[in-house]
Design a protein. Sequence first.
Length: 144
Amino acid sequence: MKTSAEVEAWLATIPTDESADPVWRLQAYRLARFAAARTWPIAGRLRVAPLGRTVADQLWRSTTAIPSDIAEGFSRSSAPDRLRFFEYALGSTRESLCWYAAAHLVLPSTQVTSPISELRSTRNLLLKMIASQRARLPRKPAFG
């Protein structure tokens, strides 16, 4: 999956000691970190609208949970543990998409279209990561 020039420009601002962490090899993590960074100013604009504070807070919480859960899952040594945290990240990604849909009612589509696209890409990558971890789990016998 090719990343946008915007993502590439943001990645260039990340300190080397941070980007040297092995978790940076995961494109889903990099996209999720970018989505979280991009959400901060969007949440700030939402907070000034009536009912926008709730949307902003939920959007911020759900979006920042994605890279946190990916990082925690990446750090686990067993497939079941990694799977659990990658599934949490998937849930937060889907939640973020819902909150961006709500934000769309307040903000112009030009401000939410790109983050939604990046979250969809993150969701697709997480689905592949989850399938990979599930394939590593021991198979249960079909008949007891």
